[in-house]
Design a protein around this ligand. Structure first.
Ligand code: AMP
Length: 547
C-alpha cells in the first residue's frame, strides 16, 4: 500500500471547540432559565467555561475514559458539559431524566459513572436514588443558594478553576467521548459508546444542506432533549458551524417554545412529533398571533411525523417540515427526507407522500432491508427489517455481549424497524419489531409493564401494546386475563403499577379479556392484539367528544 501523505489530524470534539474559539467568540447562546427569564452569553464565555470545567473535573480526580453523567435540561451549562467532559478526557454520559428510578440506578451502575452534573431543578431525581448509586462527586448546576452538605456547586467549581491550567489533551478520534443508554427490547437498557470521530462526522453529515442544513447564519434551537441521543447531534453541529444557539430549558409547552422562536428569531429547530402537534394546534387556534417569519425549517423525528401535520404546517403556516429517522445506536440521525430536484414538478399529494416517509440515508450511511427471503428489492412495497451501517453506527453495545445478535454476520446493525425502501432510496417505516411503546418520543417498556402486572395476585396473563393516541402518538394499552375466581379493577391495577413506574408509564386503558392470542410458538401475538385494540384510544376519544 502506498500511504497518502496527509497530516494525522484527529477528528475530535476539541477540534470543534478550537474552531468555535477561533472564529465565533462574539456569537450568542441563549437559554430559557427555570425562572423563565433568558440567559445570554457568547461563544467566548462558553469556550472558557467548558475549558474551566475540564480543569475542574481533572482536579476532582477524573481520569481518561471515566464516565461523567449529566441529568439536565437543554441549556448552556449542558452545552459546557457536552464539550468540557470530553476535553477533560472523560465520557459524557447523558441520563434520560424521564426514566423510572430503577432504570437510572441500573444505568449509572452499569456505566460506572464517577461524577454527576445535575440541574438544581432535577436534584430530587438524584436524591430518590442516591443510596443505590456510587458516585465520587455530585455537582449541582444552577443552584440559587447554599447547597446541602455533600454537593459541589458548579459555579464555585468553575470560579476556582484556573483557565491557565487548561492543557489540551491529545485525544484520539477513536477514543470514547460520549455515551447514551437506550431501552432494551428485551432485558436491561443498553449503552451506546460514541467515539469522537463518530460525533464529528455526524456533525458534518447533519449540517449539510440536504440534511438538517446548518450554517453560521442560522439560529438553532434543539427542542429534542440533550438527554436523549445527543439532541440529534445538534449541539455539536451548531457549535461546529458557529450558529447562534437557543436552548428552551425545561419549558417545552407550545406557548413557551413559540415565544422562544419569536424572541430569538429561530431559523432551524428540531423535535419529536408530539411537540409540533401541540404547536400546530396553537397556531391553528390563534392564526396571526405568532411571528414565525424567521423559521426556515423544522426537523421532526424520533417517531413518525403524521402526513397531515407536515401538510398543515406547510400549507397553513408556510413552515417547511423535514422528517427524519434515527436511533440512539446511530448517533442518532440516519435518514432525512429532503426532496430531490427531479420531484419538484410532482403533484402535491405525491410530494406529501414522499415528505411523510422517513427519507434517504445521510452521507456515509448505507441502508438495506431483509425479510425471510433475503435482502428486499427497493420497490417501495416489499417489507423487511431495516439494517444500517456507517461510521456513526454502533458496532456493539457497551459491556453487553448477550446482545450481539443485533448485528448481522457481515457487521450491519439490525434496527428492529420494518420498512419498505422506494426506488429513489426513500425509506418508509411500516411497523416495528420491538416490544416497546414510544410515547411523546420517549420509550416505555411493554415487557416491564407486563411482568409487573403478572406479579399481581389476581392476574394470570398480561400483554401490553402500543395503541395510537392523538397527542402522544402511542400510549400503552394492557390486555389482562384474570385468574379464575379472582377480581381486580382497572384502577386497582394502575395503582399497583404506579408503585414501580412513573405516572406517564401507566397504561391509558386496561382491557379485561378471556385470553391473550398466541403465536404458534406460544408467544403473545401482539399483532392480533394491535389489530383489535390499536385504535381503541382513538375511538374512546371520539366517543368522549360526542358525549
Ligand atoms: P431512539 O433510540 O430512542 O432514538 O429510538 C429509535 C427508534 O425510534 C427507531 O428505531 C424507530 O423505531 C423510532 N423512530 C425514530 N424516528 C422515527 C420516525 N421518523 N418514524 C418512525 N419511527 C421512528
Amino acid at each position: 500500500m502506498l500511504k497518502g501523505l496527509m497530516m494525522e489530524s484527529q477528528l475530535t470534539t476539541n477540534a470543534i471547540l478550537r474552531r468555535a474559539e477561533m472564529l465565533f467568540g462574539h456569537r450568542e447562546i441563549v437559554t430559557r432559565l427555570p425562572d423563565k427569564s433568558f440567559h445570554r452569553y457568547t461563544y467566548k464565555d462558553f469556550v472558557e467555561r467548558a475549558k474551566k470545567l475540564a480543569v475542574a473535573l481533572r482536579d476532582l480526580g477524573l481520569r481518561r475514559g471515566d464516565r461523567v453523567a449529566t441529568l439536565a435540561w437543554n441549556s448552556y451549562t449542558h452545552l459546557e458539559a457536552y464539550f468540557g467532559i470530553p476535553a477533560a478526557g472523560g465520557v459524557l454520559h447523558t441520563l434520560n431524566l424521564r426514566l423510572p428510578p430503577e432504570d437510572l440506578i441500573y444505568i449509572m451502575n452499569h456505566a460506572k459513572d464517577r461524577i454527576l452534573l445535575v440541574d438544581h431543578t432535577l436534584l430530587r431525581l438524584y436524591e430518590a436514588i442516591k443510596d443505590k448509586v456510587h458516585l465520587d462527586h455530585v455537582v449541582v448546576m444552577g443552584a440559587p443558594g447554599e447547597l446541602p452538605l455533600g454537593y459541589l456547586d458548579y459555579e464555585a467549581l468553575l470560579s476556582a478553576a484556573d483557565l491557565d491550567r487548561y492543557e489540551e489533551l491529545s485525544l484520539d478520534e477513536w477514543e470514547a467521548a460520549a455515551m447514551c443508554y437506550t431501552s432494551g427490547t428485551t432485558g436491561r437498557p443498553k449503552g451506546v459508546l460514541y467515539n469522537h470521530r463518530a460525533l464529528v462526522l455526524h456533525s458534518l453529515g447533519v449540517a449539510l444542506p440536504d440534511a438538517i442544513g446548518l450554517s453560521e447564519r442560522d439560529v438553532v434551537m434543539p427542542v429534542v432533549p440533550m438527554f436523549h441521543a445527543n439532541a440529534w447531534g445538534i449541539p455539536f453541529a451548531a457549535t461546529m458551524v458557529g450558529a447562534r444557539q437557543v436552548f428552551p430549558g425545561p419549558y417545552l409547552d407550545p406557548v413557551s417554545l413559540l415565544e422562544d422562536i419569536q424572541e430569538a428569531r429561530v431559523t432551524v429547530t428540531a423535535g419529536v412529533p408530539t411537540i409540533w402537534l401541540g404547536i400546530l394546534q396553537e397556531l391553528d387556534k390563534n392564526p396571526g398571533k405568532w411571528d414565525l417569519s424567521s423559521l426556515r425549517s423544522m426537523t421532526v423525528g424520533g417517531a413518525a411525523a403524521p402526513r397531515g401535520m407536515i401538510k398543515g404546517f406547510e400549507k397553513r403556516h408556510g413552515i417547511r417540515v423535514v422528517h427524519g429517522w434515527g436511533m440512539t445506536e446511530t448517533t442518532p440521525v440516519g435518514t432525512l427526507c429532503t426532496v430531490p430536484p427531479e420531484m419538484d414538478g410532482a403533484d402535491e399529494e405525491t410530494l406529501y407522500d414522499i415528505k411523510a416517509a422517513q427519507g434517504r440515508p445521510l452521507v456515509f450511511i448505507e441502508l438495506r432491508a431483509r425479510n425471510e427471503e433475503g435482502i428486499v428489492p427497493w420497490d417501495g412495497k416489499t417489507m423487511g427489517e431495516l439494517e444500517i451501517r456507517g461510521p456513526w453506527v454502533a458496532a456493539a453495545y457497551y459491556e453487553a455481549p448477550e446482545a450481539r445478535d443485533r448485528w448481522t454476520e457481515d457487521g450491519w446493525f439490525r434496527t428492529g424497524d420494518i420498512v419498505a425502501i422506494h426506488p429513489q432510496g426513500f425509506m418508509e417505516i411500516k411497523d416495528r419489531d420491538k416490544d416497546l411503546v414510544k410515547s411523546g418520543g420517549e420509550w416505555i417498556s411493554s415487557v416491564e409493564l407486563e411482568n409487573h402486572l403478572m406479579a399481581h395476585p389476581a392476574v394470570a396473563e398480561a400483554a401490553v401494546i402500543a395503541a395510537q393516541h392523538p397527542k402522544w402518538q402511542e400510549r400503552p394499552l394492557a390486555a389482562v386475563v384474570l385468574k379464575e375466581g379472582q377480581t381486580a379493577t382497572e384502577e386497582e391495577l394502575k395503582q399497583f403499577l404506579a408503585q414501580k413506574f412513573p405516572k406517564w408509564w401507566l397504561p391509558d386503558a386496561i382491557v379485561f379479556v378471556p385470553e391473550i392470542p398466541k403465536t404458534s410458538t406460544g408467544k403473545f401475538h401482539k399483532l392480533v392484539l394491535r389489530q383489535e385494540y390499536g385504535e381503541y384510544l382513538l375511538a374512546r376519544d371520539r366517543e368522549d367528544e360526542s358525549v
